[in-house]
Design a protein around this ligand. Structure first.
Ligand code: UDP
Length: 416
């Protein structure tokens, strides 16, 4: 198949860890490469956010990235990109004048608008599939007035969900949210995100650390990721007389040389100071993905306790490295992390529960090793990008054949 991916803000070529560069970038890059390895041809359309970018870039064998001019050629926060979607759609349609794709897969709601525009402009019957990555309804529920999404999202996102040919959700929780949003259940398929199992593996070097046990938090530094909960858990442990655990925080817009350049990183450093655990917290800034496995392997556990999480690739990366995950029971983590088998589930926003889970893992190395081993097995059986690409290609073929969408219920949560 000739596949067009549309990813307006999240380029597969971007550096990861900044405010707007995380899982969606990884997803688009890895899914595209894996589809290409299966023999398909993939073109990824993304907005030009730097005047120096070449129009077309070969990103991987069989994967080309096309930078479409849509609005100013500089970084613009993703929530401010809506006015440029018609221009993005028109640019994509122009590119299709040569060779039309068989199928379009849009990522994030705004890309869905651009993709539907492009198909309309082409006047051809090209099916559009949509992966939302995050839903405005969920974001508004958790972030309230702090949600910077444009108001139009409230009606345009459901409109995209109803007008595309199929929606590909990444986890079972998202299916419920989509149905609540008014998306027809029959149009929804499930294909999870995956993990780079060649990079993230248990064997390989681990970063040196001191005598303290180590927990790690990895991801974009935004409040909803709940990094503060991990710091508060350290404070709870200290209160209980345990100062033998350190917390490594990876991510944010600051580089390794100046992690505190990130405002959220500064907020975390201040909090650690206030709670008197600053000497147990190491803020590392943005780390290239290739360097993450060394850090993950050095940790007794990875803590992923967001308020909500559309999918969450970091827990899979930890599992693939054989590291237990302490996970809030929200969103994609309900599917990926099996409580008591590959990690420990805790309620969201509950530092005491995180502290308790840390002790269970740190004080029982045999159990920790077993959780890690099962995590590795689960990640390899269910979440390789190869498998995700096969499921996704099946969904594309189902739509092309006008057949019922495929449901890969990766979500049964029980057996490996
Ligand atoms: N990441 C990275 N370096 C960092 C922080 C994050 O490479 O400093 C990567 C991480 O390995 C993961 C992705 O960014 O692949 C984050 O994806 P996730 O789905 O966990 O969160 P999202 O960013 O989508 O909220």
């Amino acid at each position: 198949m000739r596949i067009s991916m549309v990813s307006e803000h999240a380029s597969p070529l971007a550096a990861l860890g900044g405010v707007d560069a995380g899982g969606q970038n990884v997803h688009v890059a890895a899914l595209s490469s894996a589809l290409a390895r299966l023999g398909h041809t993939v073109t990824v359309y993304t907005r030009r956010d730097d005047p120096g970018l070449a129009e077309r870039v070969d990103a991987a064998p069989g994967v080309e990235v096309v930078h479409v001019t849509a609005g100013p050629a500089r970084h613009i926060p993703k929530d401010e990109l809506l006015p440029y979607m018609p221009e993005l759609g028109a640019g994509i349609a122009r590119d299709w004048a040569g060779v039309r794709p068989d199928v379009v897969h849009a990522h994030f709601w705004m890309s869905g608008l651009a993709a539907l525009d492009a198909v309309r402009a082409t006047d051809a019957d090209i099916p559009v599939l949509q992966t939302f990555h995050a839903l405005g309804t969920v974001k508004r529920r958790h972030q309230g007035a702090d949600d910077t999404s444009p108001n139009e999202r409230a009606w345009l996102e459901p409109w995209v969900g109803r007008n595309v040919d199929g929606v590909i959700a990444t986890c079972s929780d998202e299916v419920f949210e989509l149905r609540a949003m008014g998306v027809d259940a029959r149009s929804i398929s499930v294909a999870p995100c995956g993990v780079d199992s060649a990079l993230f593996r248990p064997d390989g070097p681990a970063e040196e650390r001191g005598n303290r046990a180590r927990i790690a938090v990895v991801g974009r530094l935004v409040p909803r990721k709940g990094v503060d909960i991990a710091i508060r858990a350290l404070a709870a442990l200290k209160h209980a007389g345990r100062t033998d655990v350190e917390l490594v925080i990876v991510g944010g817009s600051g580089g390794a040389s100046d992690p505190a350049a990130d405002p959220e990183a500064r907020r975390m450093i201040r909090l650690a100071d206030e709670l008197d655990v600053a000497d147990q917290v190491v803020v590392r800034g943005q780390v290239p993905q290739a360097d993450l496995p060394r850090i993950l392997r050095s940790a007794n556990a990875v803590v992923c306790v967001p308020w909500y999480e559309p999918f969450g690739i970091v827990p899979l990366e930890a599992m693939a490295c054989g590291v237990p995950v302490i996970a809030a029971s929200v969103g994609g983590l309900i599917d990926t992390v099996v409580d008591g088998v590959t990690g420990i589930h805790v309620p969201p926003r509950d530092p005491e529960a995180v502290a308790e889970a840390i002790l269970q893992i740190v004080d029982d190395p045999a159990r920790a090793a077993e959780l890690g081993r099962m995590g590795r097995t689960r990640s390899r059986t269910r979440y390789t990008w190869n498998r995700v690409a096969q499921t996704t290609a099946k969904v594309y073929r189902g739509i092309l054949a006008q057949a019922d969408p495929v449901t890969d219920l990766t979500a049964d949560g029980g057996a490996l």
